[in-house]
Design a protein around this ligand. Sequence first.
Ligand code: NAD
Ligand code: IPM
Ligand code: MN
Length: 354
Amino acid sequence: MPKIAVLPGDGIGQEIVPEALKVLKAVTADSPVSFEYQEYWVGGTAIDKTGKALPDETLKGCKEADAILLGAVGGPKWDHLPASERPETASLLSIRKELEFYANIRPVKMSASLIDSSTLKKEVVEKVDLIVIRELTGGLYFGKKGRTEEPLSAYDVMTYSAPEIERIVRLAFQTAQQRRKKLCSVDKANVLETSRVWREITNKIAKEFPDVELTHMYVDNAAMQLVRNPAQFDVIVTENMFGDILTDLASMLGGSIGMLSSASMNGKKGMYEPAHGSAPDIAGKNLANPLATILSAALMLRLTFGLEKEAQKIETAVIKVLDQGYRTADLARSGDKVLGTREMGDAVVAALEK
Ligand code: NAD
Ligand code: IPM
Ligand code: MN
């Protein structure tokens, strides 16, 4: 039986993951597939229980599983810890590195019924349908870092090797090939050597994909273009930190950070997690939007298990619920039917086609 490691983590992670599980169980109830779910501690919650953000048992469970469903990690309670012990580095980044989840896929699509919930104008967001492919195991996050004294100074080194760039760029070309055949590679090649190498390699790989139109854009311009005219983008590929920043920005093109799903992949194996964090400001209040996590579960069914029909059932149910005017607080405007986290999960389950 395929195994799913379930890691709710911290803050709203504890609230949104149960909703995604509810939907996963409902959508597979009448199908021949069934999963073995095993829950593990991770992040600050794991520090409190075991003293370690990534207990050995959790890492082992992640390695043995076919897929991982993660909520979020981190929060003010653990911010004082030394960098290497903090939930973000010690658990999330460690899992990504240990399992070599080098490709982070973040799809941003505006649902017709959310257009009026957007903070941007209708004509800007109505045709948004893009995917950001973010390199996830290289760059500044994993380079050498440290401090020197007198005067105090600090450094974070950014390195990219050709094979690291090649594999993510090739995946991005393949993704574009299956879509509108447009790939925009985002870098800072006017300043950074890593970006210049990134660009050279991307141009080289482009020869394997003559049917895909490749453009290059500097990251500062890309941030501006994503707000000015986001519909120009089909697939964006970029390095780790640029991708982190641009995807939070891009999440608002789909209405809310609470809508942005994500898949961190190595081949078919993946960790599925919303793009947002543990949202300490709303944690424990049944206010969080669980849809990014529910949509991440749909990505899991599609990308790891090849269950396209079930994945689409979830995505269709989410659209239906939004069409019915149901909103969590992050998306709500006056006149909307405002639901809590649990109630939104229930609404998606109720909207699943039999
Ligand atoms: P955040 O994404 O947690 O929250 C930013 C803002 O968005 C907050 O106002 C929050 O209430 C809101 N928000 C986020 N998700 C929401 C949802 N599902 N529904 C409604 N509103 C939502 O970012 P932050 O505040 O910068 O970080 C908080 C903690 O989360 C930090 O410790 C950070 O390191 C961690 N973090 C973890 C992950 C992860 O585990 N993948 C990702 C990002 C941040
Ligand atoms: C994300 C998060 C993480 C990242 C943090 C928590 C380490 O912001 O998944 O986008 O920067 O990758
Ligand atoms: Mn982020």
